[in-house]
Design a binder for this molecule. Structure first.
Ligand code: GDP
Ligand code: IMO
Ligand code: MG
Length: 427
């Protein structure tokens, strides 16, 4: 009954999609358990490149059943657009299952995401504008619309009315916007019902039965540890539980059934949107990481902020998620740097701090304490074992493994599925 979780160990875009795809052919289910179409997971298979937002990356593996869990927020327009896009490229999406308990992103949630960000001005979060935060806020406020509500028009209308009662006051009186018509929202949501109905199931029951039958379930996180609403750099976070605990609440698989938790970590660091980032670079090295690594958002196209590897953050991710393994990605992007700094601790207001500071202020004040490693210039994309790597690359990997709190079980040396060094089997 293996239930394996994949989480991001930094600020997202670590290569979770590639890692999921790597295991896809050997698992029975791939479950997305948090977030929505704020995610952007790129998978490269041969000469084909796929960008998945709402669908789990397992949809690209023919034998596996992709599941959208109860913890996900679903934009139904995007769901069908993404399905149609994949079908047009010859990908079979017919096995997709969607939880009846997943929440639905309504048009007004997207509107609120955008107007709130504008209203916040310099205090903005830099969201993806997909309505994620407002939809989770509705869920917590018990004003959300769930997938199952679409199957009962009376209930759906009552819920939309309830949600819009206060929202329309705010839209018209605070934001000076036009109010939203209940009918329009209901009509749009109902337009998806016929197509949606056959996909909907009690996914927690489905997954529980699968584990009982000794099938393998892979849970694929969106976002990452430092973007988790509880454990991330709040308030500069997303609005869901992107850590291993979220894999349980967002899928209905209990903690006692998880067998492995794999953290995906880049050999350097990136962040999209606002918020603290101690190792961020504002110089030519930062530009070089961005260019070499193609660090532009899969979802919004925004240039990603780039910086050096931050070991205290990796250790934090190992602890919060109970990581059993790391997959270290994009080691190839560091090729050509003469000297590679790694943040080993922080200086916070004149004192050395070895762990993630307790307070937001502490983290904002954290400046990195670096250790320096010799670089390498050889092309490493053909390496398939550790011994194929130049000795300085091996030293870099060994050093960050020692600092990061879990073993490194695979190393990415390129975007392709086979451009991977497997040190320990991940399943
Ligand atoms: P995710 O959101 O965690 O799935 O990551 P993204 O797909 O947003 O960003 C990771 C990017 O790096 C994608 O374009 C991947 O194709 C690419 N990638 C993944 N692993 C590697 C690697 O080891 N080397 C290189 N050069 N690219 C990689
Ligand atoms: P994947 O799954 C990187 C960031 C946004 C913003 C913050 C809140 O591809 O790793 P939201 O729209 O979620 O309310 O935005 O979170 N963010 C991501 N950054 N990768 C992601 O997903 C992200 N999803 C959200 O940039 O700073
Ligand atoms: Mg991404």
């Amino acid at each position: 009954m293996p239930a394996v979780v994949i989480v991001g160990a930094q600020w997202g875009d670590e290569g979770k999609g590639k890692a999921t795809d790597l295991l896809g052919s050997r698992v029975d289910y791939v479950v997305k358990f948090n977030g929505g179409n704020n995610a952007g997971h790129t998978v490269v298979i041969g000469d084909q490149k796929y960008a998945l937002h709402l669908l789990p990356s397992g949809i690209l593996s023919p034998g596996c059943t992709p599941v959208i869990g109860n913890g996900v927020v679903v934009d139904l327009g995007v769901l069908f657009e993404e399905i149609d896009g994949l079908e047009a490229r010859g990908i079979d999406t017919s096995k997709l299952v969607v939880s009846a308990n997943a929440h639905v992103i309504a048009d007004y949630n997207r509107t609120f995401d955008k107007v709130t960000e504008r209203f916040l001005g310099s205090r903005k979060i830099g969201t993806t504008g997909r309505g994620i935060g407002p939809t989770y806020a509705d869920k917590m406020n018990r004003l959300g619309v769930r997938v199952q509500d679409l199957f009962d028009e009376k209930i759906l209308r009552a819920k939309v009315e309830g949600a819009l009662e206060l929202k329309n006051q705010i839209l018209t009186k605070v934001y000076n916007r036009r109010s939203v018509e209940v009918d329009e929202v209901v009509e749009e949501l109902l337009s998806y019902v016929d197509r949606l109905r056959p996909m909907v199931a009690d996914t927690s029951l489905l997954l529980g039965d699968a584990l009982d039958a000794d099938q393998t379930v892979l849970l694929e996180a969106g976002q990452a540890t430092l973007l988790d609403v509880d454990h991330g750099t709040y308030p500069f976070v997303t609005s869901s539980s992107a850590t291993a605990g979220g894999a349980c609440t967002g899928s209905g698989i209990p903690p006692t059934r998880l067998t492995r938790v794999i953290g995906i970590v880049k050999a350097y660091a990136t962040r999209v949107g606002e918020g603290p980032f101690p190792t961020e670079l504002f110089d030519a090295d930062g530009e070089r990481l961005r260019d070499n690594g193609g660090e532009f958002g899969t979802t919004t196209g925004r240039p990603r902020r780039c910086g050096w590897y931050d070991a205290p953050i990796a250790r934090y991710a190992a602890r919060i998620n109970g990581l059993t393994d790391f997959v270290l990605t994009k080691l190839d992007v560091l090729t050509g740097f003469e000297r590679i700094p790694v943040c080993v601790a922080y200086e916070v207001d004149g004192e050395r701090v070895d762990e993630m500071p307790m307070t937001q202020t502490g983290f904002h004040h954290a400046t990195p304490i670096y250790e320096y490693f010799e670089g390498w210039s050889e092309d490493i994309s053909g390496a398939r074992t550790i011994d194929d790597l130049p000795v300085n690359a091996q030293r870099y990997v060994t050093a960050i493994e020692k600092m990061s709190g879990a073993r490194i079980s695979a190393i990415g040396v390129g975007p392709g599925r086979d451009e991977t060094i497997v040190v320990h089997d991940l399943l």
